[in-house]
Design a protein around this ligand. Structure first.
Ligand code: FE
Length: 148
C-alpha cells in the first residue's frame, strides 16, 4: 500500500518523522489511516504532493450544518496536501485538506474524503504522539474539535 523511511534527526528531537510514498492506484485516506494505526500515531502533521485520477471533497455548510460532497474524476496534480493527526474514541483521527491542479491549471480543493493516486504520492508524516491531542464533537458547529 505504501513504503516509508524514518528521517534521521541530528537534533535528537523526540518526534519521529517519516518520508512516506503511497503506491500507485491506492486510496490516500486508507493508506494514511493504515500507516497511523501501524505506527500508533495519535498526534501529528502531514504534508505532501503527488497526482490523482479522482478526488472527493466535502464542504460543510455552516448555516445548515449539512455536508455537500463532490467528486472530480480527472487527472490532477496534488499541489498541496495538508493534514493533522489526532485521536478520537481511542483511534487515530485524520483531518486532511487537499488542493489539486487540473489540466487547464485551475485548482479545486477542500476537505478530503478520498483520493485515488495515479502517478505518485510523496508525503512527510511527523509523529507528535508524546503529546495527547484528543477531539470531541462540538454541538454548535457539528465539528469534531480539539479537546485540550
Ligand atoms: Fe476540514
Amino acid at each position: 500500500m505504501y513504503t516509508y523511511k524514518k528521517v534521521k534527526d541530528l537534533t535528537l528531537s523526540v518526534n519521529d518523522r517519516y518520508i512516506l510514498s503511497i503506491d500507485n492506484h491506492q486510496e490516500v485516506m486508507e493508506a494514511l489511516a493504515d500507516f497511523c494505526r501501524k505506527k500508533s500515531i495519535t498526534a501529528g502533521y502531514i504534508t505532501g504532493l503527488g497526482a490523482v485520477s479522482e478526488a472527493t471533497f466535502r464542504f460543510l455548510d455552516p448555516n445548515t450544518l449539512k455536508y455537500v460532497d463532490k467528486t472530480f474524476q480527472e487527472q490532477m496534480e496534488i499541489t498541496n496536501l495538508t493534514g493533522n493527526i489526532s485521536c478520537k474514541d481511542e483511534a487515530p483521527y485524520l483531518h486532511v485538506h487537499l488542493t489539486c491542479s487540473r489540466r487547464d491549471y485551475t485548482c479545486v480543493g477542500g476537505h478530503l474524503l478520498s483520493a485515488r493516486i495515479n502517478g505518485a504520492c510523496e508525503l512527510l508524516v511527523e509523529d507528535y504522539s508524546l503529546t495527547t491531542v484528543n477531539r470531541r464533537t462540538d454541538p454548535e458547529t457539528g465539528l469534531n474539535l480539539y479537546d485540550f
